[in-house]
Ligand binder design. Structure first.
Ligand code: ADP
Ligand code: MG
Length: 354
């Protein structure tokens, strides 16, 4: 500080400045709205998981309105896409199509259409028609018992994304008899994108939507170039094994630690390889970064099925997509990066990369 009048001037001024900031700090504790550097946060439970919305830079009321509307949008998406709700549109389609064209909303048409795209680019590894197999292995409300080989073969006969018929002009979807769609591998991502759109429409330029690890980052926090996202230990402990920097893009992680069944002493994960009918057991987790949360959600699931070798080819062929594969390696874990993370992915020093 420049000295003005001998020693007394600067001392008074410094006191005044310290005093003002103390008052500001106190006021901010009472009214979070007054600080542009303190985020507004809103938490809820949706689509079977925790959702957290973080917003910087809007005043308290505007942030509250934006977050409330974004949560409302997530509720709406859930009421269309959740197979856990009997009256959701997807449940009605699953029950009522029976080989006939069934008229659906724009939301459902778009999501099924996008799902087919991800099935094509992953050669069927990502497949929303896998629901009967998912249930056969005890997930999505199915019975928890070890299926027989015959059951797996029979069930595979009603699975296959090429058997769905979409009519864009009529906005109808036709599912063959016995087919049932499961949007759990992509709907959270779709919801996060819709919620992020709502936040942007309310003027948010620095915000984060996190729906159970399906994350979209709008802009960056004040004074930073990107949002820092922790990557969880693929074995499911609370440890963070690395960090990722993202801005105006999305990340999702699919992991076996999140959802598995123990049948006759063996753990079976919730992601099924539609091509074999068996749960994938040679991958621990896949973290996928993509321009939209829909893409990162579908790809994290599809790449989990494909594994690091076949998965890397898909990542390299997809613009702006990056992925981190974690596979078991003896008692440890080995990691494979695919795509160009630049300096935005930092793994802890002791992690073993291939
Ligand atoms: P989470 O549901 O925990 O977010 P994912 O996004 O990876 O995890 O989705 C996994 C869910 O998707 C499974 O629980 C199951 O309902 C469904 N699913 C399982 N295997 C597949 C698959 N090969 N393709 C598409 N969806 C799948
Ligand atoms: Mg997914």
């Amino acid at each position: 500080m420049k000295r003005i009048n001998g020693h007394s001037g600067p001392v008074y001024r410094r006191t005044a400045i310290v005093g003002t900031s103390l008052v500001l700090a106190l006021l901010c504790t009472l009214h979070p709205s007054c600080s542009k550097d303190r985020p507004f946060t809103k938490e809820s439970f949706l689509m079977g998981t925790r959702v957290l919305i973080t917003i910087y830079g809007l005043d308290h009321n505007a942030a509250q309105r934006a977050a409330r509307e974004a949560m409302r949008e997530l509720h709406r998406v859930e009421s269309v896409m959740s197979t856990w709700k009997e009256d959701s549109e997807i449940s009605r389609l699953n029950r009522e199509s029976k080989g006939e064209p069934y008229h659906v909303s724009n939301d459902l048409f778009t999501l099924v259409d996008s799902s087919l795209y991800y099935s094509k680019i992953t050669s069927g590894a990502f497949d929303i028609t896998a629901r009967p197999l998912v249930r056969l292995w005890g997930f999505q409300g199915g019975e928890e018992k070890l299926p027989t080989d015959e059951e797996i073969v029979e069930t595979r006969a009603v699975v296959g994304y090429t058997k769905i018929t979409l009519d864009r002009a009529a906005s109808t979807i036709t599912l063959p008899v016995g087919m049932s769609l499961d949007l759990a591998g992509i709907a959270k991502g779709y919801g996060v994108d819709r919620a992020a759109d709502v936040l942007k429409a309310h003027g948010a330029s620095s915000a984060l939507v996190n729906l159970g690890g399906n994350i979209y980052a709008i802009g960056s926090p004040p004074g930073k170039e990107a949002w820092t996202i922790g990557i969880r230990d693929p074995k499911g402990t609370t440890d963070v094994v690395g960090t990722l920097q993202i801005s105006d893009e999305a990340v999702a992680t699919s992991g076996n630690y999140e959802n598995f069944r123990i049948i006759e002493g063996t753990a079976y994960g919730h992601i099924i390889d539609p091509r074999t009918g068996w749960p994938v057991d040679d991958v621990l987790s896949v973290t996928a970064v993509a321009p939209t949360a829909l893409a990162s959600d579908a790809l994290s699931t599809g790449l989990f099925v494909l594994g690091p070798e076949d998965g890397t080819a898909i990542v390299v062929a997809s613009p702006a997509v990056k992925a981190l594969f974690a596979v078991p390696d003896g008692p440890g874990i080995s990691y494979t990066r695919a795509g160009d993370f630049g300096g935005n992915l930092l793994l802890r020093e002791e992690t073993h990369e291939k």
